[in-house]
Design a protein around this ligand. Structure first.
Ligand SMILES: [Zn+2]
Length: 75
């Protein structure tokens, strides 16, 4: 058995924006770094879910208001 010097890269590439914001986790009973995950893409905005980076419990969610595409009709 050999141990790699560094941990393998996270497979969760789709997490994209990894924020170091701390959210309270009821399981860990402390504020833990939250991982942002895109949950749903809605016409009104994207629904994001925050997961505890320690145990994966959902610690919060937010709706990102989609930027209204200004419809410019150029003749
Ligand atoms: Zn946790």
């Amino acid at each position: 058995m050999r141990r790699p010097a560094s941990p393998p890269p996270s497979p969760q590439k789709q997490f994209g924006a990894l924020r170091a914001s701390l959210l309270y986790c009821p399981k860990c009973k402390s504020a833990t770094p939250a991982r942002e995950r895109l949950l749903l893409v809605l016409p009104s905005g994207n629904l994001y879910e925050y997961l505890c980076s320690e145990c994966g419990t959902t610690t919060g969610e937010k709706t990102d208001q989609a930027q209204q595409d200004v419809q410019l009709f150029t003749p």
